[in-house]
Design a protein around this ligand. Structure first.
Ligand SMILES: Cc1ncc(COP(=O)(O)O)c(C=O)c1O
Length: 433
């Protein structure tokens, strides 16, 4: 660790250098050089989390009014929430699920993925993207990512396709849509469904069209740190009636009640209660309390996303001249919903420097996170795959070694942003040389 006198000397040396142009209203001369991790005063007294929900009074009223209604389980509020999302995104069908993980499970089931099949996906995502394939006896095969966006690389996807591949699964990492057009073209060429894990991207756009509207199926999560929340919750979006019908039965034990869908010829003989379990499904239903919260949160979605975008713009401006950090790229033909704001350390060796910066930021009360540990690095996956795949994915490895996710959520203040930037600059000055 740096001593105070070394830090002071470094500060003096740096006062004439480019690192001083940290951003608006911030001058290095005004920053304390004594890192909190070394016993100095933290940049802020209270913990700033990397994500947080925003719940308004009207959200609370919506839940309370549902509590007073006749329906608590899946009922009219779920239908209304599904319609609100389908209308917003511009898809024919939206099927609510109990969370984003079960939504992925449902989508993979609807796509016909089963025992011995493969999906091609990215390792820079939450484990659920791959786990849901394992639930069905299928195997995730990883494609590499672009190191400055974290988005799945279409060329790498194509190389991983085999006779066993049954779907391509892209991830709208951090809220930025993946390369829909290129991935759709590859999927079409190989006769595969293209599924998007859009857990991060409700409110984002790709070439002017809503994320969630352009794949064969897209899945969303309503976990509290996402664009809007239902506590726990998820949804699958599709324009296909066939997928829709499978998604509906899968979330309810595989049970069918619609007389038109029954297979038994003697159904009428049993009586009006007759229904059939046609395949093995689950109880993956969302309840009306969650949906009432979700429908009310939809009223805030545009505002929440705009706030995230303005926080991101502020970070970009303030870090534009940093010699220590660079911001993840967002490509010009898309608008991110900024579920996350990833930055990269610029100074080698990346792994060592990233760890030091991460620990120092936590000591300053800045709740950064690393998204994500590549899925293939988990002990469970190493055992399953029979080896450590790290050397096969240079883009993923570079991304993972450098990335830090800065706090971003709709109720962050300008002061919060300044605290993050001040802590980054203070730490950069001390540790990134
Ligand atoms: C990319 C991604 N996929 C899937 C999920 C799973 O969503 P849930 O937590 O709602 O099950 C998450 C949640 O964090 C996620 O970030």
């Amino acid at each position: 660790m740096q001593t105070d006198s070394k830090l002071k000397q470094r500060k003096r040396e740096d006062e004439s250098g480019p690192a001083l142009e940290a951003g608006d209203n911030l001058s290095i001369a005004s920053l304390p050089t004594n890192l909190a991790i070394n016993g100095g005063k933290p940049v802020r007294d209270t913990w700033l989390p990397y994500g947080h929900q925003v719940i308004l009074d009207r959200d609370i009223e919506a839940v309370v009014s549902t509590l007073k209604s006749d329906w608590l389980t899946q009922g009219p509020a779920v239908k209304a929430f599904e319609k609100a999302i389908a209308d917003y995104v511009g898809v024919r069908y939206a099927v609510a699920y109990s969370n984003g993980t079960s939504a992925l499970h449902g989508a993979y089931f609807a796509a016909g993925i089963g025992e011995g099949d493969e999906i091609v996906t990215s390792a820079i995502t939450f484990a659920a993207t791959s786990n849901a394939a394992l639930y069905l006896g299928a195997r995730p095969v990883f494609a590499d990512v672009a190191p400055l966006t974290g988005l799945i690389d279409p060329q790498s996807v194509e190389k991983q396709i085999t006779a066993e591949t049954k779907a391509i699964v892209g991830i709208d990492f951090a809220g930025q849509p993946c390369d829909y057009d290129e991935l759709t073209a590859i999927a079409k060429k190989h006769g595969l469904p293209f599924i998007v894990d859009a857990a991060h991207s409700l409110g984002a756009t790709y070439k002017g069209k809503a994320a969630g509207s352009q794949a064969d199926m897209s899945t969303i999560s309503f976990h509290p740190v996402k664009s809007i929340t239902t506590g726990e919750g998820g949804m699958v979006l599709t324009n296909s009636k066939d997928y829709y019908e499978k998604l509906i039965t899968f979330r309810t034990h595989g049970i069918v009640k619609d007389p038109a869908q029954l297979t038994a010829l003697d159904a009428a003989l049993d009586g009006p209660w007759y229904h059939e379990m046609q395949h093995l499904g689950f109880n993956y239903r969302m309840c009306d309390l969650q949906a009432a919260l979700g429908e009310s949160q939809m009223l805030s979605l545009n505002d929440f996303v705009q706030k995230r975008q303005s926080i991101a713009a502020s970070y970009r401006k303030k870090l534009a001249n940093s010699q220590y950090y660079q911001c993840a790229e967002v490509l010009p033909d898309r608008e991110s919903s900024y579920h996350l704001f990833p930055i990269f350390v610029k100074v080698q060796p990346f792994g060592e420097k990233r760890k030091a910066v991460f620990e120092a930021l936590h000591a300053e009360n800045i709740g950064v996170q690393v998204h994500y540990i590549p899925t293939y690095k988990f002990p469970y996956y190493k055992a399953l795959l029979g080896c450590d795949l790290s050397s096969q994915y240079p883009g993923t490895e570079e991304f993972y070694s450098r990335e830090i996710g800065l706090p971003i959520f709709a109720s962050m203040s300008e002061k919060d942003i300044d605290d993050v930037v001040a802590a980054l600059e203070k730490i950069g000055l001390a540790l990134l040389h």
